[in-house]
Design a protein around this ligand. Structure first.
Ligand code: NAD
Length: 334
């Protein structure tokens, strides 16, 4: 009989999605080894408010380093890998860093998962692996097209994870979030960029207004990670789209933010945010039926009403924290 999953190693724990996953799993009574990217400030990122207790240990390191990964994985029953370099524009500048972190880092975690007899390895993919949709809604059978170095490295990591399931019988589950949004997201992402500018002024400098994305509120995304721990073994070796099944254009988001803040916004195209045309992914919308059926995942922030509710919560959070965001948006609010 398999041991119950009690302690989970979470990489990228201090990041946007990772910190929400850590909080949810602590709330549900799991013990967490939080793996935080080493930095000279000893900063715990979005986990800085959480103190070390018997339920959470912190490990500072790099997922590519063997010694610290070995140490952090000791006594763990499951691994959740959320660590990655995620910015698409920076992947044009530094593709080899992306290969090293996203592929080699994942491989390192996989190798040590075999050593530590990890019961479940939950890996985070991205909808960017599909490239521009060849059909919608996108199912997990859609071809994978690396339209940016970021996407190419995430495809590589996904294949590496699947190969460990097929070659070494590691119990892997790949979660493939479509765009996620909510409190704590950095300004690299489009929704916080729009909101920060809308709170601070009237002008919105933005890239392509027509691109459409399927946006999931981060609480729903975190729930899927919980489901990946509690679901039955039918999920092993599989990949699951995490999206709502509804999409919105950038222009529609600006209009909703305008409505919530009750202020007229002026839109200006920012050339720096427009991706090279063949790299731009125009539309992503998910078919999430496999996650609903196998993981029993039911996103709550659905359709325009749910999206607006998520936007409101994000705006409330950003209004409170706008001073720290302002350091990053000084370019926009001049
Ligand atoms: N935010 C989204 O919309 C979205 C959509 C699809 C997929 N994802 C995936 O979700 C995961 C989490 O993304 P996020 O949005 O929370 O981004 P994030 O940048 O907030 O989190 C990534 C985390 O990885 C850590 N990290 C980076 N390199 C590392 C290394 N070498 N060693 C250890 N840690 C390292 C960073 O410090 C950060 O905490 C990523 O795998 C990303 O590809 C995100």
């Amino acid at each position: 009989m398999k041991k119950k999953i009690k302690r989970i190693l979470i990489t990228g724990a201090e990041g946007f999605i990772g910190s929400h996953v850590v909080e949810l799993l602590l709330l549900k009574g799991y013990k967490i080894n939080a793996f935080i990217n080493y930095n000279f400030l000893n900063n715990k990122g979005h986990l800085s408010q959480i103190k070390k207790t018997k339920n959470i240990n912190f490990y500072f390191g790099d997922i590519r380093d063997e010694k610290i990964v070995d140490k952090a994985m000791k006594n763990c029953d499951a691994v959740m890998n959320l660590a990655a370099l995620i910015g698409i524009p920076y992947s044009y500048e530094a593709p080899s860093s992306y290969v090293s972190t996203n592929i080699m880092g994942t491989l390192n975690l996989l190798n040590y998962s075999l050593k530590h007899k990890i019961q479940r390895f939950i890996h985070t993919s991205t909808s960017e692996v599909y490239g521009s949709a060849q059909f919608v809604p996108i199912t997990e059978k859609h071809p994978l097209v690396g339209q940016s170095p970021y996407s190419a490295t995430k495809i590589g990591a996904d294949h590496m994870v699947t190969s460990f399931n097929k070659s070494f019988k590691l119990n892997t589950i790949i979660l493939r979030p479509f765009n996620t949004f909510g409190p704590r997201q950095s300004l690299r992402a489009v929704i916080p960029t729009i909101i920060a500018q809308a709170i601070s002024g009237k002008k919105i400098k933005i890239g392509n207004l027509k691109t459409r994305r399927d946006f999931t509120y981060v609480y729903d995304t975190a729930e899927a990670f919980l489901k990946a721990i509690t679901c039955n073994n039918k999920a092993y070796g599989k990949t699951f789209n995490l999206g709502t099944g509804y999409d919105f254009s950038i222009l529609e988001i600006i209009r909703l933010v305008e409505k919530i803040l009750n202020k007229k916004l002026i839109i200006k195209t920012d050339r720096k945010r427009v991706r090279p045309s063949k790299s731009e992914v125009l539309r992503l919308i998910s078919d999430n039926s496999l996650a609903k059926k196998t993981l029993n995942w039911k996103p709550k922030y659905l359709k325009i009403k749910g999206f607006e509710k998520g936007l409101k919560k994000t705006i409330e959070y950003m209004k409170k924290d706008i001073l720290s965001y302002n350091n990053d948006i000084s370019d926009y609010i001049k």
